[in-house]
Design a protein around this ligand. Structure first.
Ligand code: DOR
Ligand code: ZN
Length: 344
């Protein structure tokens, strides 16, 4: 296959940041995706609908003239989120879910939820109003091995939440393990997962190839080859519970190339092309459209996009870095060749 035309995709998990950083990264997403679920982990976090609407406006204002893009907003759950916020979010028409960050699990998650029992009234209201819960699924106990944190979260938190709130629609975000893929496959209806390009393309060896590789560090951290294979199997099967969420998470170069480097991989510069590489590698390019352009919209209860994009098999070299305000941004696959290109 040398050309692939699909419905315009959406990114169901994206970090756009704010200010100069937002202006630097947004055009990459808007060139490929019609909509994106925008993560609320700003500093300070987006915890109420008023803030989400203001952030949405800043995103739209940052969009270059002539580009179309619809930000789908989310709110950041804290121990102090009240059920009435769910009603306000629903009424806003612009908020499409609430993000659960276990406190301390990842970048800007300090204000997250310390114990899921604290937000049970909020989850109950979300379930009643059909609002989607997006979950960063890792336990935060520093005694738990970093590679086991997702699996422990399933057994210790997620399984019970899924059963206790039997109608709540839940997206298990950026799954990284065979255990997570299995969990989602076997879960009740209303449970889905997003998968990033890096977790389809790399295993944890990529963190240490020839030395420590900070630009391959994200959370949840890359896992084993067996885990990666399990993710490829579910996406290649065309199961609609699994859909595209890049988790593209830009950080200035110096904050990653640091004695204590930040977690996050920027992938929006090739946010659909990288998936094409992964799907092609397992002979599943015909499954890309469902994963990228159909299953997520269906899960979120939104219409699929009518526009189309075309990918052509024409290699291009990813730049070593992009401008990022007064800083630099090192993208996934920097300095490497990608074989699929977005046709303008
Ligand atoms: O690697 C990550 N980066 N994982 C997350 O959960 C957050 C993200 C970020 O905001 O940088
Ligand atoms: Zn994320």
């Amino acid at each position: 296959m040398t050309s692939l035309t699909i419905k315009r995709p959406d990114d169901w998990h994206l970090h756009l940041r704010d200010g100069d950083a937002l202006r630097a990264v947004l055009p990459f997403t808007a060139a490929r995706f019609a909509r994106a679920i925008v993560m609320p982990n700003l500093k300070p976090p987006v915890t109420n609908s008023e803030q989400a609407l203001a952030y949405r406006r800043r995103i739209l204002d940052a969009l270059p003239a002539g580009m179309k893009f619809e930000p789908l907003m989310t709110l950041y759950l804290t121990d102090n989120t009240y059920p009435t916020e769910v009603d306000r979010a629903k009424a806003s028409g612009c908020v499409h879910g609430f993000k659960l960050y276990p406190a301390g699990a990842t970048t800007n998650s300090d204000s997250g939820v310390t114990d899921i029992r604290r937000i049970e009234p909020v989850l109950a209201r979300m379930s009643e109003l059909g609002m989607i819960l997006q979950v960063h699924g890792e336990v935060t106990d520093p005694n738990v091995d970093v590679f086991d944190r997702e699996a422990r979260f399933i057994d210790g938190v997620l399984a019970q939440t899924v059963e206790r709130f039997g109608e709540l629609r839940i997206v298990f975000e950026h799954i990284t393990t065979r255990a997570a893929a299995q969990f989602v496959l076997n879960a009740r209806p209303g449970v889905a997962a997003t998968i990033t390009p890096q977790h389809l393309l790399m295993n944890r060896n990529a963190l240490f190839t020839g030395g420590i590789r900070p630009h391959h560090y994200c959370l949840p951290v890359l896992k084993s080859e067996s885990d990666r294979r399990a993710l490829l199997e579910v996406v290649a099967s065309g199961n609609p519970r699994f859909f595209l969420g890049t988790d593209s998470a830009p950080h200035a170069r110096h904050t990653k190339e640091n004695a204590c480097g930040c977690a996050g991989i920027f992938s929006s510069h090739a946010g659909i092309e990288l998936y094409a590489e992964a799907f092609e590698a397992v002979g599943a390019l015909q499954r890309l459209e469902g994963f990228a352009s159909e299953f997520g919209a269906d899960f979120y209860g939104l219409p699929q996009n009518e526009a189309r994009i075309t990918l052509v098999k024409e290699a291009w070299d990813v730049p070593a870095h992009y401008p990022f305000g007064s800083d630099e941004l090192v993208p996934l696959s920097a300095g490497e060749r990608i074989s699929w290109r977005l046709k303008n």
